[in-house]
Design a protein around this ligand. Structure first.
Ligand SMILES: [Zn+2]
Length: 325
């Protein structure tokens, strides 16, 4: 968390300036991390005595995690609930993941309450529907993504969604005054075209589905499970303190990422044990127990059952099939 958020260092901004900005943010329905955080389901967290809720019609909970750096947690009760983030620079705004059209429309309206700077850059962590569908809302933005994301979007086109204008392979760095934004491809994990956005000065990582929330299994339909575990090690080597996860309703830390990594390792180990014993896919599906990591509230849901089946199918195929190029 930045010093700004901790209120230990005013960072050149006067106290009265900060307070008036906080009031403005409160009027805007925007919440400052460290002072307030309300779960998207409307439940106030224990650490948020002064929480400020979004308007009742809102689809997302926006939290400032560092000066000019925001997380937008999508309402998890919606049918699509991927999170976004945005960074307000000197004369441009960067948005990380568009979400669905109606969420993107609201996100843009919230951004425009905070700044007159245009959204110049729209970064996509990967090509899935809940990430890219709102792309047309950001009419002025240059779309930036990993080369694999562009390839995947060509193979699975989404109506009205533009392909990325700019692609990169390993890392792309944006400069905005003293701020740097590092767009990094850490390897294959959720898909073969994933990106994270790392802000080294602010020690913030927008992870996309590298961390699909706390206690969630994540969508693994196109994932690389063994590489996922290795990629998390690369992410943990980055110097960040605040993680904005791709799902879920709260900020996360490196420990949360480590817990998800342990979960993945456990699933890989358990499925390998069944394979070693000669089990079929169906026998493996029936036999592997859901690790304690998974949020108990999700276990009985149809959505979890589908995600879990896909996870086991993918792991089983990975561990029994040829390695994928
Ligand atoms: Zn996805």
């Amino acid at each position: 968390m930045s010093d700004y958020v901790k209120d230990q260092d005013l960072g050149g901004e006067s106290l009265s300036g900060q307070l008036s900005r906080r009031r403005f943010l409160a009027r805007s329905g925007i919440t400052l991390a460290g002072t307030a955080l309300i779960g998207c389901g409307g439940q106030e967290s224990e650490q948020s005595p002064s929480a400020v809720a979004l308007p009742a019609t809102s689809k997302q909970n926006i939290v400032e995690v560092a000066d000019g750096v925001y997380a937008a947690f999508a309402d998890p009760s919606g049918d699509i609930s991927a999170n976004s983030g945005f960074v307000i620079g000197q004369d441009a705004v960067w948005v990380f993941d568009a979400q669905r059209v109606d969420y993107s429309t609201e996100l843009l309206a919230q951004i425009q309450k905070l700044t007159t700077a245009p959204v110049k850059y729209l970064i996509h962590s990967h090509h899935h529907r809940e990430i890219v569908e709102g792309t047309p809302v950001f009419t002025e933005a240059l779309i930036v993504a990993h080369s694999g994301m562009r390839k995947n979007l060509i193979e699975e086109p989404r109506p009205g969604v533009r392909l990325p204008d700019v692609i990169y392979e390993e890392q792309l760095t944006f400069h905005d005054g003293n701020r740097e934004l590092h767009l990094i491809h850490l390897g294959r994990y959720h898909t073969d075209g994933d990106s994270v956005l790392f802000l080294p000065q602010e020690k913030v990582l927008f992870s996309g589905d590298l961390l699909p929330g706390k206690g969630g299994p994540g969508g693994m339909r196109q994932a690389y499970l063994q590489e996922f575990v290795q990629t998390i090690d690369k992410a943990l080597a980055l110097d960040f303190e605040t993680l904005v996860p791709g799902r879920g309703d709260s900020l996360a830390t490196k420990d949360d990422l480590r817990r998800f990594q342990s979960y993945l390792t456990q699933v890989l180990t358990d499925v390998q044990t069944f394979i070693d014993g000669g089990a079929s896919l169906e026998q493996t599906l029936a036999g592997v127990e859901v690790p304690d990591y998974i949020d108990p509230a999700r276990r009985g849901t149809e959505s979890f059952a589908n995600l879990w089946r896909r996870t086991i199918e993918r792991v089983y195929a990975e561990l029994t099939g040829p390695s994928r190029p």
